[in-house]
Design a binder for this molecule. Structure first.
Ligand code: BGC
Length: 420
């Protein structure tokens, strides 16, 4: 089976599929006791979070071996492509990372993942997870994945020194103030004040602007059909987005998110809009001269996404995979993962000791804020919808054609929206 995986990675022209296991030389390597965990967490805080879970798994699941099937690439853009090909070729890993919400629906429809309702019962998960998240995970009264943690997408990260050098000491509260600060940074000699990466990171930025301009309710309606993409409000938001993108690095389309974060760390930019996994990247680079604020105009909106794990229908080792899921679901697992990954536990009863001030604030905001889902990170959009939106943003980055962007986004919504 391992040969097939590697061969398949080559066939789909993928970025390297790295398979590593927690087993030492000479140890038993039978498929029956190996659990392949497929993710896109290949480095930095992402790998650190995965490693923490793998360590706990080895401790809690005697006789089971952790095998990491990993395809690097932020937000899983490459991993999802490889995974789709593997599933199609009946070469399923035992479990894979998937965003909770709309992204999971395609896998459920294709019967690629198993119903975990009984496990939720046995592990007491319905009570341990927030009711809203359980509702988002439930499809036709069944539940198919176990969340490892919750991330927030609509956060701006700063390089405090760069801002101070330009005389910027206060976080902007509105889009107008943000644009004013970007202009000020540029006047002070920072050529690209906003660090930005490739397509999906651009979609994240557009989503934050849409939340500001439409408000959380109308924003969420973009993904359920109650708000129209070809409306004047979206047109105005795209104008704001275009204005902001003008302040970003021109090589944005070739950068993954850690490379864009590098621009911030190196003092080449003052701001970056990114999910809060960035805190783990800052820590890995021993950079502490940063601050963060909710994207200007988003108010108390918490744009959420959750990394979750499934039990595949094609799993070679379902019992081992169940033990992985139980580890992920446990209070210890959720704590160990978030501590390194920068997320917050999805469980409400997991410990928070050792968390950063940012994480403690995120825990409070997750309880009190207004939740909205993310298209770039699968809680709002299916996989094909994400692909179409990413492509539209990538094309806009080159052409600057706002009309084409809005019609491509409207067409994607029309094609991929799911009627409730
Ligand atoms: C995932 C995070 C990950 C980020 C960047 C998101 O889609 O949910 O776990 O850190 O992408 O790769």
């Amino acid at each position: 089976m391992r040969t097939t995986r590697r061969a398949l990675a080559a066939v789909v022209g993928a970025t390297a599929l790295l398979v590593t296991s927690a087993c030492g030389p000479g140890e038993d390597d039978t498929a029956a006791s190996t659990v392949e965990v497929f993710t896109w967490w290949a480095g930095g805080g992402e790998k650190a979070g995965l490693d923490a879970l793998a360590g706990l798994f080895t401790e809690s699941c005697p006789g089971q071996r952790f095998e990491s099937g990993v395809v690097p690439g932020g937000a899983g853009v490459d991993a999802k492509r490889v995974l789709a090909a593997r599933l199609q070729h009946h070469d399923a890993p035992d479990t894979f990372q998937v965003h909770a919400g709309a992204e999971l629906l395609d896998h459920i429809d294709a019967d690629q993942v198993r119903d975990l309702s009984a496990e939720y019962q046995t592990w007491g998960l319905r009570d341990a997870l927030p009711a809203g998240l359980v509702a988002d995970l439930t499809v036709n009264d069944r539940i198919y994945s176990v969340p490892a943690g919750v991330h927030r997408a609509n956060v701006v990260w700063t390089n405090d020194q760069v801002l101070a050098d330009a005389g910027i000491l206060v976080a902007p509260k509105t889009l107008k103030e943000l644009i004013g600060n970007l202009e000020r940074l540029r006047r002070s000699g920072v050529e690209s004040p906003l660090a930005l990466g490739r397509d999906w990171t651009q979609l994240m930025l557009l989503e934050s602007v849409l939340i500001s301009d439409l408000g959380p309710k109308r924003f969420s309606g973009l993904f359920t059909g109650t708000t129209q993409w070809d409306s004047r409000a979206v047109e105005l938001a795209i104008e704001d987005y275009a204005r902001i993108v003008e302040f970003s690095n021109t090589d944005r389309d070739s950068l993954d998110w850690p490379e864009a974060t590098r621009l911030l760390i190196d003092g080449k930019a003052g701001y970056q809009l990114m999910g809060d996994w960035v805190t783990a990247e800052m820590a890995a680079n021993t950079f502490s001269g940063y601050d963060s604020f909710t994207f200007p105009g988003n108010g108390k909106t918490f744009q959420w996404l959750a990394d979750s794990f499934v039990l595949t229908t094609g799993a070679a080792n379902p019992e081992g995979a169940r033990c992985w899921l139980e580890t992920v679901a446990s209070p210890r697992g959720q704590h160990a993962f978030s501590l390194r990954k920068g997320s917050i536990p999805a469980r409400t009863d997991a410990p928070t000791d050792g968390f950063t001030d940012y994480q403690l604030e995120a825990v409070a905001d997750w309880r009190s804020g207004t939740p909205v889902p993310s298209c770039a990170h699968g809680s709002a959009c299916s996989q094909p919808w994400q692909n179409a939106a990413n492509a539209a943003l990538g094309a806009f980055s080159t052409s600057g054609d706002a009309i084409a962007l809005r019609s491509a986004l409207a067409a994607a919504a029309k094609q991929f929206i799911r009627q409730p």
